[in-house]
Ligand binder design. Sequence first.
Ligand code: GLC
Length: 480
Amino acid sequence: MKLVRVHFTVALFSAVGVLSYAQLAGSKPDPWPAHHAIPSIQDTETPAQRDARMQWWREARFGMFIHWGLYSIPAGTWNGQRIPNVGEWIMNTASIPVADYKALAPKFNPTGFSAHDIVALAKSSGMKYIVITAKHHDGFAMFDSKADPFNIVAATPFHRDPLRELAEECRRQGLKLGFYYSQDQDWTAPGGAAYKTGNHQPPTFHWDKAQDGDFAAYLHTKAIPQLKELLTNYGNFPAVIWFDTPTKEMTPALAGEIVALLNQHPNLIWNNRLGGSYPGDTETPEQYIPPQGFPGRDWESCMTMNDTWGYKAYDTNFKSTETLLRNLIDIASKGGNYLLNIGPDSHGIVPPPEIERLHQMGQWLSVNGEAIYNTQPTLFGGEAGSFSTTEKNNEGKPKFIPAWNWRSTTTANKIYIEIFTWPSGAFHLGRLPRNVTSAYLLADKTHKSLKITRTREGLDVQLPAKALEPIATVLVLNTN
Ligand code: GLC
């Protein structure tokens, strides 16, 4: 019996009840939103076509985000001053003049960069895809761009195209590759949008006259030609385009011009940050995990391992492997993907604390991956926590109080219980949406059957005294 992802989520979290195209399977919304001068693939494809296009992404669950660029040279310090905020925003936060920032390029020679090692790191960590910053808000292209000379091949002594090398390695090692592209903000191109740190959607704010210019001209002379290069120069990649910080400058008409480009790549997946009222394929909660996921929508929580996306030499506030793994499990139990970031330094080296945590996540996934990849959300729901009846969040809505005892993921004939807090004696389940036939622990190579006791209140599974894995031990319930 094949589970249909979307229906489950909605059944569980109908409180929110956003109906997706899939649910409207019967009736195709026709015609597409009037304000879409150019219909996007999301507007025209059938639910079956969408499921086929999204399949690899939905099964993948875990990806690597890579923020890497010129900002890894100052690494959070400018003129001897530590600059607050995320490292990739240093030019903006410190209001660095365009000429001074561009002067970093001749100093950028990351000879320590190894596409093989980075792809192997992602693979051994259990990640199925990589999304790298092809161009971030600073406007520097990390690829061979004929459209603009401010790029790693033409403007640095490195003269190599890391996106090409990653594309070849991803094909060789069997991972998917996607490109992050800052389509709106560009702080070194005349007319590129820019806004001050932390303020979303304000008018463009330039701190250097060299930034002044026409936004549409910037799009037509740099962003769109570069997107064309990214979409055509790397073989069957990119599999994903990751847009960012849409601003009001991106009108539906201008966004439509980019959509016309994207439509030429029918398997491409792109996120909800293009702007111009195009919802894209995926919701992108940043630095948090939505309490109940995004019922009816594909979603991907992107997160840093410390407090910055781009490398900052003195940011050592790394999350524990336990936190990162439990985030992945929590996200999978709510039907989402986890895009976890690394920030290589100016030599192209991945910081050792990031490698260490990824290797430990990979070890757990090498034993328990079947409880994460290609699974469906939980059939329960209450285990994730509950909304406070007294406390409010900063939107004034009831605050969600997460619980961290266990999570659950599902396949057609298995229910996986990822146990964080080991109960003494038996694991109890109240309500059971299916008939459980047997149970075992995934990390127990013998898969020795565990004693099941059915009670009026539900089911008890007899567990060994100690957890097999400190971060999460997976109990498998066979069901029919
Ligand atoms: C935010 C940050 C940007 C980062 C992105 C990743 O938009 O501004 O620097 O690349 O998040 O999600």
